[in-house]
Design a protein around this ligand. Structure first.
Ligand code: UDP
Length: 206
């Protein structure tokens, strides 16, 4: 009987506030072990470690993906992440909250692209554990995102600036060379197209 494959949905947070840019899977990361984010970051790092040990010890086919920022329809209205927050605020005509000066960057992957990557990883040859970065190699500042959404929604909202949370990474962008090589995968959906779909979803939810 074939043993089940296990997928670990790990995260770009394992890279912490990275000194290497873009981030490749071979980079070990820079995480504050005692900061307010560390329960998540270090939790995910420990999970990768346990998965690898479990795989080595029991010869179970483990697959680890490091998921970068992902967005799309069906995010919860109160999810708290930047894409959903800013869209919901814009659609309600509320102030759009940018933390810090908005110069920090993220690279946003549309949910359908991400799911295709997960499926390809699960169908990859046995023994290939990864970790593999899944995300979009196009980087935007948070202020750019807010301005783009303001334009796309035609909202009368204004952008306000709030304090930057502690240990908020300054920049984040995946190197997806490994995913291209091993999974023949890269994101297909343009950011503008993905944002249109996400805005349309939130319009009918509000
Ligand atoms: N952010 C923001 N306004 C919000 C929510 C988040 O400016 O209403 C910022 C946040 O400080 C971070 C970036 O947007 O720099 C992405 O935050 P998110 O929580 O979506 O993802 P993560 O920090 O895990 O990458």
């Amino acid at each position: 009987m074939e043993k089940a494959r296990i997928l670990q949905a790990s995260t770009s947070e394992v890279y912490g506030d990275p000194e290497m840019h873009p981030q490749t899977e071979s980079y070990w990361g820079r995480v504050n072990p005692i900061g307010i984010r560390s329960c998540y970051d270090e939790g995910k790092r420990a999970a990768e470690c346990l998965m690898m040990d479990y795989s080595r010890q029991n010869h179970v086919d483990v697959k680890i993906v490091r998921i970068f920022n992902t967005y799309g329809p069906r995010m919860a209205l109160n999810d708290g992440r930047v894409v959903s927050n800013l869209i919901v605020q814009a659609l309600k005509g509320e102030e759009m909250t940018v933390y810090g000066d908005g110069s920090q960057t993220r690279s946003f992957c549309y949910v359908d692209d991400l799911i295709e990557g997960l499926i390809r990883m699960m169908n990859s040859p046995g023994g290939f554990t990864g970790p593999v970065n899944l995300g979009t190699p196009h980087e935007f500042t948070i202020l750019q995102l807010a301005q783009t959404l303001l334009g796309m929604t035609g909202s009368p909202s204004r952008i306000i600036f709030k304090p930057l949370p502690q240990d908020d990474p300054i920049q984040r962008r995946p190197d997806i060379t490994l995913a291209r090589e091993k999974l023949d995968w890269e994101p297909r959906i343009q950011f503008s197209e993905g944002l249109e779909k996400t805005i349309a979803y939130f319009r009918q939810m509000i």
